[in-house]
Design a protein around this ligand. Structure first.
Ligand code: F6P
Length: 351
C-alpha cells in the first residue's frame, strides 16, 4: 500500500500555497506516495479533520490564490491535550509524515514537535511578510508586494490630481519588507518601517519638500511602526498583536496634515494583498520548495525546511528557520536615504 503524506497549510494564507500543494501532491505521486489534506492547519491535526488530496484536486489550482486546504492560527501547544491529539490523529490517519506549509508560527510548532516528539515533519516556508530566517525569500511576498505597489501607484494618480499627500498602510507584521519594497518600487517620498525608528520631524520635512516640488506626495508605512502603543492590545494564539487595529496609516495621515496643513488621505490595503493569483516568481518558488520538502520525506530527512539559498533549494533545520525573525538588514535600510531623503537632505539632492 502506498505510504500516506499529510499536508497542511497554517497561519495567514498567501498566494503560492495552492501551487505548493499541487507540487507536493505531484512529487509525492511520482515517488509512490498518496496525500491527504489536513484541514485548517494544525487544527486539522488536532481534530483529525482531513480532505481527499489527489491529482484531481490539484489539477487546476496552480494559478489560484488562497489555500484549498483552509488555514487557521491554531497552536496545539496552547490547547488542552492539543499535542497528544496531533500524535493520536497522526497514527489514526495512518500517516507516514506531515508536510507543513507555513511561517514562523506553523513551522515553530513543526520544529517543536519534531524535536520533542520525533514527529516526522518537514516544512515549506510561506509568508507574505518575508520574515522567515534561513531562506532568501518566502513565497507570497512577491505577490503581496506587487499588489501593494500597484495600489501605491493608484494612490499617486489620485494624490497628484488633488494635490494631496497620500498614505498607504501595508501589512508585514514586525518586519518591514513589504513596506520597503512597495515604497521603493512605487517611488514613495517616505517609507516607514519598524527597522528604522519613527522620526516625525524627518517625515514631515520629506513630505513637505516633495509636495513643494511636485504638488503631491506618497508615504508608504508598515502597519508595525512604533508610534507608542497600548499594552492592552489583543494577542492571537501565538502571542502576536493584531496590528491593523493600531490604525498606523490614519495616525500618520493626521500627523502630516496637522504639521503641514496639507490635505492628506490614508488607505489601508490590508488583506487585499493576500488574495489573488500568485506571481510567476511565487508559483515557481512554491513549486520548487514543496517538491523539495517531499524529497526530504522520501530521504527520511525530517525536521528540515526547504529553503531558497541563491539559486538552490536546500534543507535547513526547522529550529533554525523558526527561531528568529528575518528583519531588513542595515544596507537595505540605508537605501531609503538615497530614494527617500528627509527634506533638508532632499533639497541638496535636487539642487
Ligand atoms: O503574517 C501575515 C499577516 O498578513 C501579517 O502581515 C498581518 O499582520 C497578519 O497576517 C494579519 O493577520 P489576520 O489575517 O489574522 O488578520
Amino acid at each position: 500500500m502506498p505510504r500516506l503524506l499529510g499536508i497542511l497549510t497554517g497561519g495567514g494564507d498567501c498566494p503560492g500555497l495552492n501551487p505548493a500543494i499541487r507540487a507536493a501532491v505531484l512529487r509525492a505521486a511520482r515517488l509512490g506516495y498518496k496525500c491527504l489534506g489536513l484541514k485548517d492547519g494544525w487544527k486539522g491535526m488536532i481534530e483529525g479533520a482531513s480532505v481527499p488530496l489527489g491529482l484531481a484536486e490539484v489539477e487546476n489550482i496552480v494559478g489560484t490564490g488562497g489555500t484549498i486546504l483552509g488555514t487557521s492560527r491554531t497552536n496545539p501547544y496552547k490547547k488542552e491535550g492539543g499535542v497528544e491529539a496531533v500524535l493520536a490523529n497522526f497514527r489514526k490517519l495512518n500517516l507516514a509524515a506531515v508536510v507543513a506549509m507555513g511561517g514562523e508560527d506553523t513551522l515553530g510548532v513543526a520544529a517543536r514537535l519534531n524535536a520533542e516528539k520525533k514527529f516526522p515533519v518537514v516544512g515549506v516556508p510561506k509568508t507574505m511578510d518575508n520574515d522567515l530566517s534561513s531562506t532568501d525569500y518566502t513565497f507570497g511576498f512577491d505577490t503581496a508586494a506587487s499588489v501593494a505597489m500597484e495600489a501605491a501607484e493608484r494612490l499617486k494618480d489620485t494624490g497628484r490630481s488633488h494635490h494631496r499627500v497620500m498614505v498607504l498602510e501595508v501589512m508585514g507584521r514586525h518586519a518591514g519588507w513589504v513596506a520597503l519594497y512597495t515604497g521603493l518600487a512605487a517611488g514613495a517620498d517616505a517609507v516607514l518601517i519598524p527597522e528604522k525608528p519613527y522620526d516625525k520631524a524627518a517625515l514631515v520635512s520629506a513630505v513637505k519638500a516633495a509636495h513643494d516640488r511636485k504638488g503631491c506626495a506618497l508615504v508608504v508605512t508598515s502597519e508595525a511602526i512604533d508610534m507608542g502603543h497600548d499594552e492592552s492590545e489583543k494577542l492571537d494564539e501565538f502571542g502576536h498583536m493584531i496590528l491593523r487595529e493600531r490604525g498606523v496609516g490614519e495616525k500618520i495621515a493626521k500627523t502630516i496634515e496637522t504639521a503641514t496643513g496639507l490635505e492628506t488621505r490614508a488607505a489601508v490595503i490590508g488583506h487585499i494583498q493576500r488574495g489573488g493569483p500568485p506571481t510567476l516568481f511565487d508559483r515557481i518558488l512554491a513549486s520548487r520548495a514543496a517538491a523539495a520538502a517531499v524529497d526530504f520525506v522520501h530521504q527520511n530527512k525530517f525536521g528540515l525546511m526547504a529553503s531558497l539559498r541563491g539559486e538552490k533549494i536546500v534543507g535547513v533545520p526547522l529550529q533554525e528557520a523558526s527561531g528568529t525573525l528575518k528583519t531588513i538588514p542595515s544596507d537595505l535600510v540605508e537605501l531609503l536615504d538615497t530614494f527617500c531623503p528627509a527634506g533638508a537632505e532632499e533639497a541638496s539632492v535636487h539642487a
